[in-house]
Design a protein around this ligand. Structure first.
Ligand code: NAD
Ligand code: DAU
Length: 352
């Protein structure tokens, strides 16, 4: 079996569902259930004995050691993290705690477990660390996309904490020989994404006829990848990636934020022809330290591991909007008191 951490979050729950749709190998899911973790995402597995959910912190070495000893996983996919840049600006502490200390404690428990495995299991074991393109910093409009050799230049507390975790993972390979793999992926979108991130926030606000807050001039560029394509890339790296290597994952879908928001408005107007969603677009104060452009060069994973995304942005965004239209209760259930407090804290001061 394999162990996934953060499997009740956006990418994690998509990964768990995808994994079990393609294989009968059991999956243990260790998740702290922070505000971002949601067991509703996995309700279709409630009677599926192939999924073992354990609520807990990756930083709890004793718990992790006990899970490893009991279930003897052949691989770990580390997705658990604090993941939202704006929250890291308001309060970096949780990011340092989980992304740096949590990863460190997890690595310590895994190192002890791995050292005690018998030789074949030890050789076949993998620790796959899921990271982000944000560790590479920001690109100007004409600079080439990030390769795996690009220097680390993180600009937000979130990306700095992820960069630290990447360095720790790398060091555990070089120093202790732990068989690690690292992936650095671009912006994901799709079902189950928490409506604090650009695409689900815009869809949720539009459906509620609330303003659509675009930071700064809206010309910041991100490279968008449909979440199930990220999941297939992780599976492929786990299966065939070379130990110690890093793989960049991206969709070759660079788009300015304003274009994303306009596309959402246009597609929603197909479903609600009487609503003028474009009129809800509101430019607000920029995010401090806002990275201008991310772009991924995914040649390595395409060439060496024969991976390619299945979705284009045009197909992926339609599926995403349809999913949110079909799952408005899922959005409503998340928009509790703490969610409303966050929205007030982040956006009240931003109106220009
Ligand atoms: P998310 O915030 O939706 O989910 C994170 C999950 O981790 C939640 O279920 C949360 O409860 C859990 N978690 C948080 N702290 C924990 C802890 N200490 N112990 C155990 N579980 C904990 O995040 P996401 O968007 O699904 O991202 C998952 C991973 O992928 C993160 O490592 C993120 O940095 C990385 N990543 C995300 C994107 C993206 O666009 N969302 C892109 C590239 C990489
Ligand atoms: O690049 C990968 C990263 O993508 C992941 O590592 C992060 O976990 C993930 O959150 C994401 O980070 P971003 O900061 O790029 O994502 P976010 O959805 O927060 O913002 C996308 C862009 O949209 C960014 O340029 C900021 C802008 N934005 C965002 C929000 C929430 C707005 O203009 N208005 C908004 O209200």
């Amino acid at each position: 079996m394999i162990l996934v951490t953060g499997g009740a979050g956006f990418i994690g729950s998509n990964f768990v569902l995808d994994w079990l749709a393609q294989s009968d190998e059991k999956i243990i899911n260790l998740d702290k259930l922070t505000y971002a973790g949601n067991l509703q995402n996995l309700s279709s597995l409630s009677k599926d004995t192939r999924h073992i959910f354990i609520q807990g912190d990756i930083g709890n070495t004793q718990l992790v050691s006990q899970i490893l000893a009991q279930y003897q996983p052949r691989a770990i996919i580390n997705l658990a993290a604090e993941s939202h840049v704006d929250r890291s600006i308001h309060g970096p502490e949780d990011f340092i705690q989980t992304n740096i200390f949590g990863t460190f404690h997890l690595l310590e428990a895994v190192r002890t477990y791995w050292n005690e495995l018998e030789s074949i299991a030890k050789q076949n074991f993998r620790f796959l660390h899921v990271s982000t393109d944000e560790v590479y910093g920001s690109l100007t409009r004409n600079e080439p996309a990030f390769t795996e050799e690009h220097r680390y230049e993180p600009n937000s507390p979130y990306s700095a904490s992820k960069a630290s975790s990447d360095h720790l993972v790398r060091a555990y390979h070089h120093t202790y020989g732990l068989p690690i793999l690292t992936t650095n992926c671009s912006n994901n979108y799709g079902p189950f994404q928490f409506p604090e991130k650009l695409i689900p926030l815009m869809i949720a606000n539009a459906l509620a006829r609330k303003s659509l807050p675009v930071y700064g001039d809206g010309q910041q560029i991100r490279d968008w990848l449909f979440v199930t394509d990220h999941c297939s890339a992780i599976r492929r790296v786990l299966e065939a990636g070379i130990v110690g290597e890093t793989y960049n994952i991206g969709g070759c879908n660079e788009k300015p934020n304003i274009e994303i928001v306009q596309t959402i408005c246009t597609l929603l107007e197909d479903s609600f022809p009487d609503s003028a969603f474009h009129k809800l677009i509101t430019y607000v104060k920029d995010r401090p330290g806002h990275d201008r452009r991310y772009a991924i060069n995914a040649t390595k994973i395409e060439r060496e591991l024969n991976w390619k995304p299945a979705e284009t942005f045009e197909t992926g965004i339609r599926k995403t909007i349809q999913w949110y239209l079909n799952n408005q209760q899922w959005i409503a259930d998340i928009q509790t008191g703490t969610y409303r407090e966050w929205i007030e804290k982040n956006y009240l001061g931003l109106l220009k």
